[in-house]
Every structure is written in structure tokens, then in C-alpha cells.
Design a protein around this ligand. Structure first.
Ligand code: IPD
Ligand code: CA
Ligand code: CA
Length: 264
């Protein structure tokens, strides 16, 4: 497949930043044994990767703005374009030496996501999508799974944790969903959850309490892979509400129905 100039800019930036992240992941094992804890080390790794991403993207597209997890919002001279960047999605996995984390970059143009890149350095898996051009995993076209029966479906979710999210609502939602689902998973990296639905490894996924940098690239990935995505209440703007529910057309509809049932 031939990559557009925009996609080349994005993948070059992501691959460069991923090398720094991967080196730091290699150090984590040594740090696990230190009592001081690797927390500060990980946030430094995170900031380093974000800096590389920002510098590379800025060099290629100097006028675009940024919404970054670490660096916040930076207005660009071009008000119609901004990058949504998560330099390390799956921080808890990274911190624990679990090889399941990703970098995620989405480009918003006039309020719509038009390009997305999600890269998993530990597995060397590159997911890319451009509006109207399909979604790819390591250069091969991907599609959402065709399974239409919840009883056969593996459904991923995001769990709230200490100090975060509505635990009661999650317990109600998961108890309703587990009554219908073939299996449930919690992987710990929202960008990869979305990418996995896009390539059919997972059949559906929902989570609340996310931010634009977690989901920007993944929302496009799902749509370009023929999938459906809304917020967890069925609303049409998951970027704005920070919740997602997705799958193929049938399972997305079924999942939203179950989540509504749980909310009462
Ligand atoms: C987190 C991961 C996790 C999700 C959290 C996110 P981070 O992002 O995507 O799967 O459950 O809500 O905040 O903090 O690792 O970038
Ligand atoms: Ca992050
Ligand atoms: Ca994240």
C-alpha cells in the first residue's frame, strides 16, 4: 500500500517516539526491584515520547495545534487542524512490565478525525487509518469481526479504579453484559482496545471516562474498518463525551441496548 504524505509524517513521528519508549520499557524490569518504584521513571518516559512526537509533527506541519495528555492544549496558527496525542496509552501495563501499551495520534480537521495511527511497540503492530481510505494493520487491510451473536462475542471493557469513575455504574453494566457475552476482557490500553475491535480480535468494547487522546485515532480506525462507534449511551460524539461503545453494526446496537438496560 502507498502511504499518503500525511500518513508518512504521522507514522515517522510515532515510530521515532516508540524507539524511546521501547528502550525505557526494557529498563522497567530492572526498576521493578527497586523499592523507590518506577512511577517517576515512567512519567519521564511518557514525557520524552510526547516531546519527540510533538517536535516531529511540528516540524512537518508547523501550524497545527495539539491536544496532548501531558502537555495540554496548544493552539496552532491553523485553527482547523489539531493533533490528539497519547504518547503512552496503557501506563499501568508499562509500569508493571506488561507488554501491552501503545502510542496514539489522531488528526482532527474541522471537528472530524481524518487520520489515526496506533502503534504497539512490544508487538510491532502498526494500525493506521485515513478517512475514506480504510484501516490497516501492518499494511494489511482490516475489518471488524462478522460475529452477530453476543453469546459468541468477546467484549472488552475499561474498569474504573481507585479515585476514578463511577464504580457502581460499571458493576451494573458489567453484570448485565456478562449475562449475554461469550467472554469479557480488560486489557488496559484503550487505544489498543479500539484497534483490536477494528481488526476483529475483539467483537465489541465499551468504556467511560476517557479523553480525546485515548480515542481519536481509534474512532476513525473502527469506522474505516466498517464498524460502528458511539458514546456509551448511544450518542454520536464519543470524542466529546469521553465514553465509547463499538463493534459491528449488530453488536454495537446490542451492546448499547445492554448498557441502557444497566443504567435503568
Ligand atoms: C488509560 C488506558 C486504560 C483506560 C484508562 C486510560 P493511560 O490511559 O487507556 O485502558 O482504562 O481510562 O486513562 O493513562 O494509560 O494513558
Ligand atoms: Ca497516556
Ligand atoms: Ca490513555
Amino acid at each position: 500500500m502507498i502511504r499518503s504524505p500525511l500518513m508518512t509524517v504521522m507514522t515517522d513521528a510515532v515510530m521515532k517516539a516508540s524507539r524511546s519508549l521501547k528502550r525505557d520499557f526494557g529498563e522497567i524490569e530492572n526498576l521493578q526491584v527497586s523499592r523507590k518504584g518506577p512511577g517517576d521513571f515512567v512519567s519521564a518516559a511518557d514525557r520524552k515520547a510526547e516531546k519527540i512526537l510533538r517536535e516531529s509533527l511540528e516540524k512537518a506541519r508547523p501550524d497545527y495545534g495539539f491536544v496532548m495528555e501531558e502537555g495540554g492544549v496548544v493552539e496552532g496558527r491553523d485553527p482547523s487542524h489539531r493533533w490528539h496525542i497519547d504518547p503512552l496509552d496503557g501506563t499501568t501495563n508499562f509500569l508493571h512490565g506488561l507488554p501491552h501499551f501503545a502510542l496514539s495520534v489522531g488528526l482532527e480537521r474541522d471537528g472530524q478525525i481524518v487520520a489515526g495511527v496506533i502503534y504497539d511497540p512490544a508487538k510491532d503492530e502498526l494500525f493506521i487509518a485515513e478517512k475514506g481510505k480504510g484501516a490497516y494493520l501492518n499494511n494489511r487491510r482490516i475489518r471488524v469481526a462478522a460475529r452477530n451473536d453476543l453469546a459468541d462475542a468477546v467484549i472488552a471493557c475499561g474498569l474504573p479504579h481507585i479515585g476514578k469513575g463511577d464504580h457502581g455504574l460499571f458493576l451494573r453494566e458489567s453484570s448485565v453484559v456478562m449475562g449475554y457475552a461469550g467472554g469479557m476482557r480488560r486489557w488496559g490500553a484503550a487505544a489498543l482496545d479500539l484497534a483490536y475491535v477494528a481488526c476483529g480480535r475483539l467483537d465489541a468494547y465499551w468504556e467511560r471516562g476517557l479523553n480525546s487522546w485515548d480515542v481519536a485515532a481509534g474512532i476513525l480506525m473502527i469506522r474505516e474498518a466498517g464498524g460502528f462507534i458511539s458514546d456509551a449511551d448511544g450518542g454520536s460524539n464519543p470524542m466529546a463525551t469521553g465514553s465509547v461503545a463499538c463493534g459491528n453494526e449488530v453488536l454495537h446496537r446490542e451492546l448499547v441496548k445492554l448498557l441502557k438496560k444497566a443504567k435503568g
